[in-house]
Design a protein around this ligand. Structure first.
Ligand code: AMP
Length: 552
């Protein structure tokens, strides 16, 4: 398949906002794709993905590298490119414009295919070490050199993982169901287990419903994690009888795959974080029988007290000097579930899975099975809740002891009860460099919520307090790589990160396109474990605003 056909298709659906229409168009498009590899690639590409999330490979092409390739192709200076970004507001459009005006033309213009693009991406993501930056620029320059403006627009959007088509997993899932005549539920289940919609599409096409149903949880392939809903009260939780009560540990979620001598740890976003957690790797290898997938929470502990969650994420992000960090921020693992024990066990009730957990896991100083008490008494839950909070944790998890493990589901089987105030998870879209002593730091950050109907990000405020100096140093390092353009001290970022913020009040405000503004927002932490599409929505802000006006 020619990449041109794909780019033209993307262009033809760019203006469509109706979910139904998008689903119909995509389903029609993918149904006609004969070649399996093309189908696989198209399904990932349409969502702006090159690899499934859990695949370690990544292009490692930031804004800086992209600008260099575009400079090469167009002969334009970086400043001119930045001006264009400011004018057009999107790197894809800028690439199209620059390629349209390019000075360097490849003589033999070979039309780009989807497979060739995949080869180039795979080569780029395989490059490491000295000379890799140069080679990446060369490959990208060649790529833009042989592409049309329209192709360039979508190549850039793919590289930046932002297709701006409003096509998320939900739409692609439904399109696959429709294209290959299977139910959305089956496609959903297959997706939660494989975490690869490309693979799901290929299986649906080749083997239909039966093929999808036969998919099982596998060692080495991460499964979407089961999530919890907010419980309104202790009473609500025990309304239907016995409940399993556990502490809600204030750490970071992990899924551990251990078998055939190989151990892998995945974060909540299903990123492979194995290398950052050597002491956990060692502890599990020593104390857990092989052939399991465990679900648990990693916490940082110092002098017997949990350290703030931010420290755990700091450990997760660490790529260098890992061993130094092991001493500085020591971690412990609490496991609370098992998904696989030499075979899939997700359909067993929780209380049976707990028994398997105990069979496989030997507790040690750094590795514990989360304590669980089954009760229907409000007083007991209250006591455990207070114990958890006094020990520095968040509250309790209340689980239905008879429930299966439902991957990716935020349902009533797991309820969470927290002691802390309401916070918002918002996307960081811009910032401003500081003054004086802080002039080398990006010291305030512009925040936006999601509009799920249009896929747009709507600004709701700017946060400049709550940061420690260490936070700002660290955040500046991260966000420097995300700058798409600057205007004096003001910068705009690729929207890739989420902040958790507290605030005093939500106000109506004409200043922001969301119609709302946060009063006294305060930074709590970088939610590095959350994807942008998991940020809070405009609907939630509206709801909180209404609740707040009712209260006053
Ligand atoms: P939240 O992130 O607020 O939706 O709360 C759910 C998260 O609590 C899970 O994703 C886990 O990371 C964390 N958690 C802490 N302790 C437990 C536990 N005992 N069982 C399940 N999840 C837990």
């Amino acid at each position: 398949m020619k990449f041109r056909e794909f780019a033209e298709f993307c262009e033809s659906i760019e203006k469509i906002t109706s979910t139904l229409e998008l689903t119909a168009r995509i389903s029609e498009f993918i149904r006609k794709i004969e070649d399996e590899q093309d189908l696989y690639n198209v399904v990932l590409f349409i969502m702006g993905r090159i690899y499934p999330t859990w695949d370690e490979r990544e292009l490692g092409v930031g804004v800086g590298l992209l600008y260099e390739a575009l400079e090469n192709v167009s002969g334009k200076k970086k400043e001119r490119i930045e001006d264009l970004v400011r004018e057009l507001g999107d790197l894809g459009l800028v690439s199209a414009r620059l390629v349209g005006e390019r000075s360097m033309l490849t003589l033999e213009f070979e039309e780009l295919t989807i497979k060739r693009l995949r080869e180039i991406f795979d080569e780029i993501s395989g490059l490491t070490g000295e000379g890799s930056r140069k080679r990446k620029i060369l490959l990208l320059t060649g790529l833009y050199g042989q592409s049309t403006p329209l192709e360039a627009k979508y190549i850039t959007r793919l590289i930046m993982n932002e297709m701006r088509l409003g096509v998320g997993e939900g739409i692609v899932r439904d399109a696959i169901a429709r294209a290959f005549g299977v139910s959305e539920e089956i496609v959903e289940r297959a997706y939660m287990i494989t975490n690869d919609l490309g693979k799901v599409a290929v299986i649906a096409k080749k083997y239909g419903r039966k093929g999808l149903e036969e998919l099982k949880v596998q060692l080495g392939i991460p499964v979407k994690m089961m999530l919890a809903q907010v419980a309104e009260s202790f009473e609500e939780a025990i309304r239907s009888g016995n409940i399993a009560v556990e502490w809600k540990f204030d750490g970071s979620r992990v899924q551990i795959h251990w078998g055939n001598g190989i151990l892998k740890i995945y974060s909540r976003k299903l990123e492979n974080v194995t290398n950052a957690l050597p002491e956990i790797v060692e502890e599990v290898k020593k104390n857990v029988k092989e052939g399991v997938i465990l679900d648990g929470e990693v916490i940082a502990v110092k002098d017997g007290r949990p350290m703030p969650f931010q420290h755990v994420l700091r450990r997760f992000r660490r790529k260098h000097d890992v061993l130094k960090m092991v001493e500085k921020i020591p971690l412990q693992l609490y496991v609370f579930d098992v998904l696989y024990a030499n075979g899939e066990v997700i359909d067993m009730p929780l209380k049976e899975r707990r028994n398997i957990l105990k069979e496989y896991v030997n507790e040690s100083e750094r590795l514990k099975i989360a304590e669980q008490i089954i009760t229907d008494e409000k007083g007991t839950i209250e006591r455990i809740f207070n114990e958890a909070v006094n020990a520095g944790h968040e509250g309790v998890m209340l689980k239905n002891p008879n429930s299966p493990y439902i991957p990716g589901k935020r349902g009533k089987h797991w309820l969470k009860l927290k002691s802390v105030m309401e916070t918002l998870d918002l996307v960081v879209v811009g910032g401003e460099w500081g003054e004086g002593k802080r002039s080398h730091l990006i010291s305030s950050y512009e925040l936006a919520c999601l509009d799920t109907t249009t896929g747009k990000l709507l600004k709701v405020g700017r946060v400049a307090t709550g940061f420690t100096d260490e936070d700002l140093e660290e955040l500046t390092e991260i966000f420097k790589q995300m700058i798409v353009y600057r205007h004096g001290k003001i910068v705009e970022f690729l929207p890739k990160y989420v902040f958790e913020v507290a605030y005093q009040e939500i106000q109506k405000s004409p200043k922001y396109e969301s119609g709302y503004a946060l009063r006294f927002p305060r930074f709590i932490r970088l939610r590095d474990d959350k994807d942008v599409n998991e940020a809070d929505t405009i609907e939630r802000i509206e709801k909180l605003y209404e609740l707040q006006t009712k209260k006053t």
